[in-house]
Design a protein around this ligand. Structure first.
Ligand code: PNS
Length: 163
């Protein structure tokens, strides 16, 4: 049996923290689907789903068992449809826990055959989030420590164009 995991998120944009979780998940499962939520109910994303997809493609090109898809409906339905056994999420700090715990319980109710698996984030990524990256980039700060180098210019260009 191929063990498929789904790694969902907004990835607006993908950060080194996301990439670390995706890379580690790719070692634990036969196939990892990085699933971009088109609109996660957090207001209008800064990047289109296609832009986010292209950036993730660029940073995961070396991971053979990782594919990317876009989510329009419920995560639990998607997980069922692709036959995944796990939803992989990164946990940074206690502050992430309540929200993630609620999501994990809701997803378990909606589809009982998949487990939510939490990977603790690498210590250097504890403080990292897409919104922090966007704020720093917006004010002209250096985001090279936070996002994969190969998409650095892309992010700057797109942020200027999309704002
Ligand atoms: O880590 P993020 O960016 O907050 O990811 C949010 C995501 C994509 C996991 C969440 O918004 C999601 O699951 N959206 C799909 C809609 C859904 O299934 N909602 C119910 C989950 S309890």
């Amino acid at each position: 049996m191929r063990r498929i995991a789904v790694c969902p998120g907004s990835f607006d944009p993908v950060t080194l923290g996301h990439l670390d979780i995706i890379t580690r998940a790719s070692k634990l499962f036969d196939k990892v689907i990085v699933l971009i939520s088109r609109n996660a109910g957090k207001g209008k994303p800064s990047f289109t789903a296609t832009e986010r997809m292209l950036m993730i493609e660029a940073v995961t090109y070396n991971l053979d068992n990782v594919v990317i898809d876009i989510l329009d409906g419920l995560l639990a339905d998607y997980v069922r449809d692709v036959g995944a056994i796990a939803i992989v999420k990164g946990l940074r700090a206690v502050s992430d826990f309540e929200y993630e715990f609620q999501m994990a319980l809701a997803n378990k109710k909606l589809y009982a055959d998949a487990e939510t698996v939490f990977l603790t984030t690498a210590s250097e990524n504890m403080y990292l989030s897409s919104s922090v990256v966007k704020q720093i980039a917006y004010f002209g700060g250096d985001i090279s420590h936070f996002v994969p180098e190969v998409i650095l210019d892309d992010i700057k260009q797109r942020l200027i164009r999309n704002n």
